[in-house]
Design a protein around this ligand. Structure first.
Ligand code: CUA
Length: 155
């Protein structure tokens, strides 16, 4: 196979670029630990109700405009749901599932995560704009999946 010089140049350049991108990504992931946020706390999904903090689900004020929400997801509800916080609050969610995989998506925000039984998910969000935010389960979890929703009211 005969190769033109400019083909060789382009092949070398593109291969070199791929190697550089992979090195940058690898450096960020392993040396700078810039991987996606992850939380490896586990829980016995059979004993969620008896395990702290899920034995007392609810909302707790932990600072000025800072709240902690402990919530369990189960077919087909969020406990506790219908949460209310003042505008400008940062809410730290601690979530787990009591049965199957559910989703936790808050419309109009970047909050969107899977809630996997056996794992504890922690995620935070600042709510600046007043309004009623729809919270949806976006993982198919059974016959009532489409009814699984709640709200977060920001006043
Ligand atoms: Cu829970 Cu779909």
């Amino acid at each position: 196979m005969k190769m033109h010089l400019d083909e060789k140049i382009w092949l070398t350049l593109s291969f070199g670029m791929i190697m550089i991108f992979m090195l940058i990504t690898g450096y960020q992931a392993f040396a700078l630990e810039m991987g996606p946020p992850s939380n490896m706390e586990t829980i016995d999904p059979q004993k969620v109700d008896q395990t702290a903090p899920f034995d007392k689900p609810g909302i707790k004020q932990i600072g000025e405009k800072e709240y902690e929400v402990v919530m369990t997801l189960q077919a087909f509800s969020f406990n506790s749901g219908n949460i209310e916080v003042p505008a400008g609050s940062t809410v730290h969610f601690t979530l787990t599932s009591k049965d199957v995989v559910h989703g936790f998506e808050v419309a109009e925000t970047n909050l969107n995560t899977m809630i996997v039984p056996g794992h504890i998910q922690k995620i935070s969000q600042k709510f600046e704009k007043p309004g009623t935010y729809l919270v949806l389960c976006n993982e198919y979890c059974g016959a009532g999946h489409q009814m699984m929703s709640t709200t977060i009211k920001v006043k």
